[in-house]
Write a protein that binds this ligand. Structure first.
Ligand SMILES: [Zn+2]
Length: 70
């Protein structure tokens, strides 16, 4: 299960979250202030892309388009 690191744009708090399969970032919020205005930071955990391009589908497939893994 991939771990992603986020930084809150509001209070600048940095935290890590486990992101389960099928969960979207809109469920995420800052544990400090509850803001959903988060910046996603790249985790080194399972990250294989040369550049993320912003919206890789998941952390478990190597394809950039993520077509086959739902
Ligand atoms: Zn915050």
């Amino acid at each position: 299960m991939p771990i992603f690191e986020y930084r809150c744009s509001k209070c600048n708090k940095k935290f890590e979250l486990l992101v389960g399969v099928g969960k979207e970032s809109d469920e995420l919020k800052c544990p400090g202030c509850g803001s959903k205005d988060l910046s996603k930071l790249f985790s080194t955990f399972g990250f294989k892309g040369e550049n993320g391009g912003g919206t890789s589908g998941c952390g478990t497939c190597t394809a950039s388009s993520c077509d086959g893994c739902g």
